[in-house]
Design a protein around this ligand. Structure first.
Ligand SMILES: Cc1cc2nc3c(=O)[nH]c(=O)nc-3n(C[C@H](O)[C@H](O)[C@H](O)COP(=O)(O)OP(=O)(O)OC[C@H]3O[C@@H](n4cnc5c(N)ncnc54)[C@H](O)[C@@H]3O)c2cc1C
Length: 340
């Protein structure tokens, strides 16, 4: 059986690539089995164009954000679901130093389109500690990643384009211009294996999040001070995330839960009930740029989405597809062949 592209792994990278290729009329078949520690099922889904430690735009935010917005809104319409929500993000200033830093960001032409300072009546009325005030990041958004992945899964299964199985290395048969897995043969295999990939420069970074119920909090905005608090509706909020570089596949820990709750209680002065606790592993490149490109005969990689997978994936998928199918040059900043 012939197809055009085999995709190995269907977190946000593989999912967005499959949709991008479908839009181009390319036939795909996807192999995926969720493994403990996969990044996309643990992701907060926050789409934030600002590096909040420094109040500067994240990498290529001005280009990536409108592209992501257009991509996910069109895709959710096609899937008949709502998973993309434009949502302001309120940064609570931890110290007076951040107030000055935000003031400088407001004057800087690069960050000015994303940072604002205006009253947020909902935050003012909430039991939220903001002794030094706050600023608002806008535009920003939230993508419900599990909902999107599930909707695409149903469509791919119905079309016979998804095999839910773990693919062992020996099952991948490579010839100079073809690749085969089982009975399926294609021109390209694109490895979208996230933290499970074996890619030079890839560093797995563990992150944990909590889902909490806060009956005393009515919030429709995302809030950040040390941790994100993301409204999920029905009085539930996702709180995260931690960063850890060792023992990354060990699963949820009491230590991370305590750390998250401590930060949450410094921010929200209301009783909190923990409903869920998740851990995942971010596939981060040493230089924090995506890892894209051809890695050998008939094989390519799409990895390195780090902690901003939702924002980066549509641009990366478009860029990689143009490279594989049209022979367009790869941007050296994301080329997997760069040295580490
Ligand atoms: C706690 C946490 C919070 C985060 N919050 C955000 C956020 O708010 N916003 C944001 O943009 N990003 C966030 N991220 C980052 C984001 O989750 C990642 O950038 C993104 O999910 C990476 O997607 P991926 O597809 O590369 O990897 P994954 O989601 O891990 O997908 C890889 C898939 O490939 C499968 N696979 C691998 N090898 C095989 C094989 N041999 N056979 C079959 N299947 C295989 C895996 O099981 C998995 O399903 C967060 C990450 C974590 C951990």
């Amino acid at each position: 059986m012939h197809t055009d592209v085999l995709i190995l792994g269907r977190g946000i990278a593989g999912a967005v690539l499959a949709e991008t290729l479908r839009q181009r009329g390319v036939r795909v078949h996807v192999f995926d089995r969720k493994r403990p520690g996969n990044a996309s099922m643990a992701a907060g889904g926050v789409v934030n164009p600002v590096v909040l430690r420094r109040d500067v735009p994240s990498w290529r935010a001005a280009q990536l954000l409108p592209l992501a917005q257009g991509f996910y809104t069109a895709w959710q319409q096609r899937l008949g679901i709502t998973c993309w929500q434009e949502l302001p993000l309120v940064k609570l200033f931890p110290t007076p130093r951040e107030v000055d830093q935000w003031q400088r960001a407001l004057q800087d032409p690069a960050s000015a389109p994303f940072v604002h300072r205006h009253p947020e009546p909902e935050v003012d009325a909430a039991p939220i500690a903001a002794p030094h005030g706050y600023g608002t990041v806008w535009p920003a958004a939230w993508l419900d990643v599990p909902a999107l992945l599930e909707a695409q899964r149903q469509q791919l299964l119905a079309a016979g384009q998804l095999t839910e199985a773990d693919v062992a290395p020996e099952e991948i048969i490579i010839t100079p211009d073809q690749v085969r897995i089982g009975e399926l043969q294609a021109r390209w295999l694109v490895r979208c294996e996230g933290p499970f990939g074996d890619v030079p420069g890839l560093v797995p970074v563990k992150g944990e999040t909590l889902v909490v119920r806060i009956p005393g909090l009515q919030l429709s905005r995302m809030v950040h001070r040390g941790v994100f608090v993301l409204p999920l509706g029905r009085g539930l909020y996702r709180v995260g995330a931690t960063f850890k570089w060792d023992d990354v596949f060990a699963g949820p820990t009491d230590e991370a839960r305590a750390w998250l709750l401590e930060r949450l209680q410094a921010l929200v002065q209301a009783p909190v009930q923990v409903v869920d606790h998740a851990a995942g592993v971010r596939p981060t490149a040493q230089d924090r740029r995506p890892l894209l490109g051809i890695t050998g005969p008939a094989q390519a990689v799409f990895n390195g989405l780090g902690s901003r997978g939702v924002l980066l994936a549509p641009w990366c998928a478009q860029h990689l597809a143009a490279h594989l199918l049209d022979g367009a040059a790869l941007d050296p900043e994301v080329d997997v062949a760069r040295s580490f």
